[in-house]
Design a protein around this ligand. Structure first.
Ligand code: GLU
Length: 281
């Protein structure tokens, strides 16, 4: 079986030990399967993405001993593909424009008649305030949301997916999508650029990814990705969610945790072998 995987960092900070583990694991698994390892720069968040971080990503990964195919796909240069996916879903009447701010959502979700506000993979589950708005009313100030009820009506049988990592596959049921996920954002408000879920699904398919290897913090996003693949007629890869690298206190590493940046270890004279050992590879 073909094996194509990718490492898909966002250039919004320095790579840390957790990224090193993810990239090395994907690279090792591709090599063991005689497969391909690709790199993708997920820079759709233009406010937080910076070229210095992107340059540092290439530098750190090369230092770790990784090689990847070029040209590297940069999401900021692939927006036409995301727009086309939005058009496809809009033509199926599954989308609506949404002008709600975070504060609007917080207020609506905590209104007394709503009960306790529910959390999904993207934060508060959207209470549906703008769901009545027609697609034709979309303006530049609107985000784009998926009408989950309509999307589920369109799929006669919910697909399941294969998980080979540490997080068991989540059973995809109508209730899980309706109560645990809700109307997700597919394009952001201020920039109208594709949101993470859409761009990742479009690009995994365009790059022919057969195995998605990533941290278990993203496992709860996988049902969304499988649903979007189904709606867009794209193949579903095999998912492998791996353990997260944690600090001594058991907290998972964050981008601002500069002490564990690969660059900091390099500056202290660590070798790539040391990094492999630190992450348990
Ligand atoms: N860009 C995401 C991140 O930096 C990873 C996306 C993925 O692997 O699906 O966390």
């Amino acid at each position: 079986m073909a094996f194509v995987t990718r490492f898909a960092p966002s250039p919004t900070g320095q790579l840390h030990l957790g990224h090193a583990y993810s990239a090395l694991l994907a690279f090792d698994m591709a090599r063991a399967a005689d497969g391909r390892f690709l790199l993708r720069i997920e820079d759709t968040d233009t406010a937080r993405s910076h070229e210095v971080f992107e340059t540092q990503i290439y530098d750190d990964l090369a230092w770790l001993g990784l090689t990847w195919e070029t040209p590297v796909l940069r999401q900021s240069q692939n927006t036409a593909a995301y727009d086309a996916a939005i058009d496809t879903l809009a033509a199926k009447d599954l989308l609506y424009p949404c002008s709600c701010t975070r504060a609007d959502i917080r207020r609506a979700a905590s209104a007394p008649q709503e009960g306790a506000p529910l959390l999904g993979p993207d934060g508060l589950i959207y209470p549906g305030t703008c769901r009545h708005r027609p697609w034709s009313a979309r303006t530049d100030n609107d985000a784009v949301r998926l009408d989950m009820g309509k999307a589920l009506d369109l799929i006669p049988e919910l697909p399941q997916y294969t998980e080979t990592g540490v997080h068991p596959a989540i059973e995809l049921t109508r209730a899980h999508f309706e109560d645990g996920i809700g109307d997700i954002v597919l394009a952001r408000r201020d920039t109208s650029t594709a949101a993470y879920h859409l761009s990742v699904v479009v690009d995994d398919a365009a790059q022919g990814i057969t195995h998605v290897i990533r941290g278990e913090d993203l496992a709860t996003a996988t049902p969304i990705h499988v649903l979007l693949q189904t709606l867009l007629g794209l193949p579903t890869p095999i998912y492998h969610h791996h353990k997260l690298i944690r600090d001594e206190a058991g907290k998972r590493l964050a981008k601002r945790d500069d002490a564990r940046a690969i660059a900091a270890y390099r500056a202290e004279g660590a070798t790539p072998r040391d990094i492999r050992q630190l992450v348990g590879l």
